[in-house]
Design a protein around this ligand. Structure first.
Ligand code: KG4
Ligand code: ZN
Length: 348
C-alpha cells in the first residue's frame, strides 16, 4: 500500500490542499488564491488573507480528496505547513489539519515552508535525491541551502534585508503593475536593455549573504528621476530611462547577485547538483542564467515547473512524507509559527 499524505498550505495568500503518494506522485493539487482581493492594496493584507483562507479551506480540502478519489480514511497522515509565514493565515491551515487528524486518528506532520519548496523538485524529478545545493528564493526569503538529507538543512547564505520577491513586488508596484508584480516585471524586463542603468552587486566580506535593498533603492531612485524628467519636459523622451530598461537592469542585477553567490557556494562545497526553489524560481531570467551557469560548470540543474514554483500544497505533502518517514509527528498542541529557521526544530 502506498503511503499517501494530504497536506494543507496557507502561509500567505494561497489556500492549497493536495494529495501525494510516497512523496513523489501528485494525485491532486488544488490552489485557490486570494491575490485579487489584495490587488488594489498593492500587497497581501494579512487580515483579508486569513478571512479568505477560512472560507476556502474546507472546500479546497474536499476538492483535493475528491480529485484524488480518496477519503481521509485512505490517507497515511495529514501534513501541514506550520511556518514560517503570516500567522493568521497559517493558523487556519494548522487548525484544519489538526481537526482532520483528531477526527480520523491519523498522524499529523508539521513541515517547514521552505523545506516544502525544495521538495517540489522531488515531484518533478523522480531521480533527484539529496545531497545537493539549493537556491531558495521567495517573497520572504533568499537562502542558499545545503540539503544534506530530506530533513537535514544547513543555511549557507541568507538575505540581510529584502527578499528578492519582495523587491520585485515593490518595483513593480512603482511601475504600476498589479500585485503580484514578479511575473509581470519579469516579462517587461525581457523587452528592455539591462545596460541602460548601472546597479550595485552587493557583497559582504567573508560571507555569502545577500542584500537586495541597495538594488531596490537605486532602481526606485532611477525610476523617480525618470518620472520627474517626464513631468518637466526638459529632457528629450528618448533620453529618459524607459520602464522596460529599468526592469531589465533590475532583473539583471538581482539574478547576477543570486548566481554569483551560488557560484561561490558551489566552489566552497563542491556539489554538482543545483536545485532552484520558491516563487522567484519561476523567473525566466533566473532560469536561463542558471542553465548557462550549469552548462559552464558541468552541473546537473533541477528547476521545478512553474506551477510547482509558487505556493502549492503538493510540495507540502511531498515534504510531509519525508518528515513522517523520519519520525516527525505533532500532537494537537501544534501551533503555527510565523518565524521558524529552516533546519532548526519547530519553535514552541
Ligand atoms: O514562494 P512564493 O509563492 O510565496 C512565498 O513563499 O513568498 O513566492 C512569491 C513571490 C512573489 O514575491 C512573486 O512576485 C515572486 O515570487 N514571483 C516572481 C515570479 N513569479 C513569482 N518573481 C520574479 N519573477 C517571476 N516570474
Ligand atoms: Zn512560498
Amino acid at each position: 500500500m502506498k503511503k499517501m499524505f494530504l497536506a494543507i498550505e496557507s502561509s500567505c495568500d494561497e489556500t492549497a490542499a493536495a494529495v501525494v503518494a510516497e512523496g513523489r506522485e501528485i494525485l491532486s493539487n488544488v490552489v485557490q488564491s486570494s491575490a485579487s482581493l489584495h490587488e488594489r492594496f498593492g500587497g497581501v493584507v494579512p487580515e483579508l488573507a486569513s478571512r479568505a483562507h477560512l472560507e476556502a479551506v474546507v472546500p479546497v480540502v474536499d476538492q483535493a480528496l475528491a480529485e484524488a478519489d480518496l477519503s481521509v480514511a485512505d490517507l497515511t497522515g495529514l501534513g501541514v505547513c506550520a511556518g514560517p509565514g503570516l500567522l493568521g493565515s497559517l493558523i487556519v491551515g494548522v487548525s484544519a489539519a489538526k481537526a482532520l487528524a483528531f477526527a480520523s486518528g491519523k498522524p499529523l506532520v508539521p513541515v517547514h515552508h521552505l523545506a516544502s519548496h525544495i521538495a517540489a523538485n522531488y515531484l518533478a524529478f523522480q531521480d533527484l535525491e539529496p545531497p545537493f545545493l539549493a537556491l531558495v528564493v521567495s517573497g520572504a526569503h533568499a537562502h542558499i541551502v545545503e540539503v544534506q538529507d530530506y530533513n537535514s538543512f544547513v543555511i549557507l547564505a541568507r538575505t540581510r534585508d529584502d527578499a528578492p520577491g519582495e523587491a520585485y513586488d515593490k518595483i513593480s508596484r512603482e511601475l504600476g503593475l498589479a500585485y503580484p508584480g514578479g511575473p509581470k516585471l519579469d516579462k517587461l524586463a525581457r523587452m528592455g536593455n539591462a545596460q541602460a542603468l548601472d546597479l550595485p552587486h552587493p557583497h559582504f566580506e567573508d560571507s555569502l549573504d545577500f542584500s537586495f535593498s541597495g538594488i531596490k533603492t537605486a532602481s526606485l531612485n532611477a525610476l523617480n528621476k525618470a518620472k520627474q524628467q517626464a513631468k518637466t519636459r526638459l529632457v528629450r523622451r528618448e533620453d529618459i530611462l524607459a520602464d522596460k530598461d529599468l526592469a531589465a537592469a533590475f532583473q539583471e542585477a538581482v539574478v547576477a547577485s543570486l548566481l554569483e553567490h551560488v557560484s561561490q557556494a558551489l566552489d566552497q562545497t563542491g556539489y554538482d547538483k543545483l536545485v532552484l526553489a520558491g516563487g522567484v524560481s519561476a523567473n525566466s531570467w533566473l532560469r536561463d542564467q542558471s542553465e548557462a551557469l550549469s552548462r559552464e560548470r558541468g552541473l546537473k540543474l533541477y528547476v521545478p515547473p512553474l506551477t510547482l514554483c509558487t505556493d502549492n500544497a503538493a510540495m507540502t505533502a511531498a515534504q510531509s512524507y519525508y518528515a513522517y518517514e523520519a519520525g516527525e509527528r505533532a500532537d494537537l498542541k501544534l501551533n503555527a509559527t510565523a518565524m521558524w529557521e529552516l533546519g532548526s526544530p519547530i519553535p514552541h
